[in-house]
Ligand binder design. Structure first.
Ligand code: ADP
Ligand code: MG
Length: 464
């Protein structure tokens, strides 16, 4: 089935077109990383506003990547430098969002675009109206039409930030209603777990990073060459910039049942996957997710946001035994994780060393502390994973989510789990994306038509 999928659970605005056999025709992502980096973490209100700003351009771009230039000729497109700049965002809370092509920033405008801001609220307008800057609105307005054989709309219903989820859910409802298509709600974690089946051909991914306020847009759409073929360790790349070169075709190589470890800024879940419709949560975090711990530790160390990639890089050059850090819950509660104590231990280690300034003056201490922290995270993740593999008698493992980009984790997992068929999806499919939502939707039943418009977003949705 040809599915248009939407994902807005956190800080990526994403849309994708996915066909039978999870073949990805397009995978478009606007990353808000730079907007939130000012605050060293995701600011939910800003995330929602960015989603409103970029949702429709991202849908349009996903259609355009999948089906060619026809879509662009219909109106607004985000593919040039200049247009990216003109669609710039103000990252300050309460600040005005400057909208170039999309007049969707106020309540009234949201309504007029067919996006109802209240969960389950009535959708007032059928048309998705896009206008170009400076042009007469009536003259410039256009519609995204379903001329491309889209057969269903899929959307992340939860879990995630409620304001972020709402933008995606209401957009999906509007598109489904406008085009008279079935609507498929998808669990975010299920998407990560099934991303392993995506076939991502060369050049179908595009990522845009929003520049911080006051800075010119240096970013533009990056065409991601392709994903890595399935193998124990995929090549690593900075999130959203480059990617390995060979296309991926994992469906033939991977099968059920398997264990899934989903680790990101908002999640850490160990899940037994028997089929797309039979998954069982074995354990999850009791407090912070590992990505959150990376981000908080990086903040304490003055390393900026997001913390994962930079801590990973520094850790590679440090001594992981230089600082004695705890391995929380290693020997207790079977499969649950806890990372907030580890973050506190890092803060204490900084104090014991004589403060951050002293630590950063030392040539090795900062790298050593990053290495020690990373070793503790990896140890806990892998120990629990090994335990679950053994007890559940599973020999296949998928590690997904933003933290799955971690080089140290990939290397150590490959060394420790040699008898396991281990898969790390390519980085562009590890961080939040809509391709995985479209892939998961291939296996899920659509909502009955009569229930589609009542679909709500679920911030705390548990794995069904
Ligand atoms: P979220 O649902 O939180 O947006 P993502 O899947 O987008 O999650 O992943 C973002 C998280 O992944 C951030 O917390 C970031 O620090 C973390 N991350 C990214 N790259 C790495 C890395 N190389 N090592 C560890 N963590 C990483
Ligand atoms: Mg994210």
């Amino acid at each position: 089935m040809r599915i248009l999928a939407i994902e807005t659970s956190c800080d990526e605005t994403a849309a994708a077109v996915v066909e039978d056999d999870c073949r990805v025709l397009s995978n478009v992502i606007v990353s808000q990383m730079r907007v939130h980096s000012v605050y060293s973490g995701v600011v939910p209100e800003l995330a929602s506003r960015c989603h409103i700003e970029y949702m429709l351009p991202v849908v349009r771009e996903a259609l355009e990547v999948a089906f060619g230039g026809e879509v662009r000729s219909a109106g607004f497109s985000l593919s040039s430098h200049e247009k990216v700049r003109s669609a710039g965002l103000s990252p300050s809370p309460g600040g005005e969002i400057r909208s170039a092509g999309l007049s969707l920033s106020s309540h009234e405008k949201v309504r007029s675009a067919g996006l109802s801001p209240s969960p389950g609220g009535e959708i007032r307008s059928a048309g998705l109206s896009l206008s170009s800057p400076g042009e007469n609105r009536a003259k410039a307005s256009t519609r995204i039409e379903n001329r491309y054989g889209i057969e269903a709309i899929a959307v992340t219903r939860g879990p995630g930030l409620i304001g972020s989820l709402l933008v995606g859910v209401e957009t999906a409802k509007t598109l489904a209603w406008t085009w008279n298509l079935p609507l498929i709600p998808v669990h975010h974690t299920m998407g990560h777990l099934l991303s392993v089946f995506c076939e991502l051909p060369e050049g179908q991914s595009r990522i845009l990073e929003i520049p911080p306020e006051g800075q010119p847009a240096s970013a533009q759409w990056e065409t991601i060459p392709a994903a890595s073929p399935i193998r124990p360790i995929g090549p690593i790349c900075p999130i959203g910039l480059t990617s390995p070169t060979a296309p991926t075709r994992p469906t033939a190589a991977f099968d059920y049942p398997y264990l899934g470890l989903v680790i990101s800024g908002g999640h850490s879940s160990l899940v037994r996957v028997d089929s797309p419709l039979r998954m069982r949560l074995l354990g999850s975090t009791l407090d912070d997710a590992p990505g959150e711990a990376y981000d908080k530790v990086a903040k304490c160390l003055g390393l900026g946001y997001p913390g994962g990639p930079v801590v990973d890089r520094l850790a590679a050059e440090g001594d992981s035994e230089a600082f004695a850090l705890p391995r929380p819950l290693l020997h207790t509660r079977e499969y649950d994780f806890s990372f907030s104590g580890l973050k506190t231990a890092v803060v204490r280690a900084i104090q014991d060393f004589g403060g951050l300034a002293r630590l950063r003056e030392s040539e090795t201490a900062l790298k050593d502390l990053c290495a020690s922290f990373q070793a503790a995270v990896i140890d806990v993740l892998l120990k629990k994973t090994e335990r679950a593999l053994k007890r559940e008698r599973l020999r296949r493992l998928v590690v997904a989510g933003g933290v799955a980009c971690n080089r140290g984790l990939r290397a150590k997992a490959a060394r420790r789990l040699q008898s396991v068929h281990l898969v790390f999806p390519p980085p562009v499919l590890c961080t939040d994306n809509a391709a995985m939502i479209g892939a998961a939707a291939q296996y899920l039943p659509p909502l009955p038509r009569s229930e589609a418009l009542a679909l709500d977003a679920r911030a705390g949705w548990e794995l069904p």
